[in-house]
Design a protein around this ligand. Structure first.
Ligand code: SF4
Ligand code: SF4
Length: 98
């Protein structure tokens, strides 16, 4: 039986998922991300079923999301979930390779 993520189901995407981690694209978090600007948010981290969005916290700061390059498949499920459009898909760079 084909396995799809909850996010894919909700978006009507029925292909088997996730894409292989050799994908040429990777999610990137932009500077408009709310925790970077002092407002709490974890929406994207809760969405990514591969746990490719983790939150790190510096002392006195809110936890901010980081993309784990080895885990992100570039599936794009997190696109559109961000209330401030801080998530984009970019070509993988050499430092992003698994
Ligand atoms: S959903 Fe958007 S604003 Fe919220 S933590 Fe993720 S990237 Fe930042
Ligand atoms: S594109 Fe987004 S939802 Fe898909 S694996 Fe990467 S971080 Fe997770």
């Amino acid at each position: 039986m084909a396995k799809i993520t909850r996010a894919q189901f909700l978006r009507g995407r029925w292909q088997e998922a996730p894409l292989p981690p050799s994908s040429e694209v990777i999610a990137k978090i932009g500077r408009t991300c709310l925790p970077i600007r002092g407002e709490s948010c974890r929406i994207c981290g809760n969405l990514c079923e591969l746990n490719a969005i983790r939150f790190i916290q510096a002392e006195g700061q809110l936890p901010v999301p980081v993309i784990v390059a080895d885990e992100c498949t570039g599936c794009g499920d997190c696109l559109g979930i961000c209330p401030v459009d801080a998530i984009d898909m970019k070509q993988r760079q050499p430092e992003d390779k698994s």
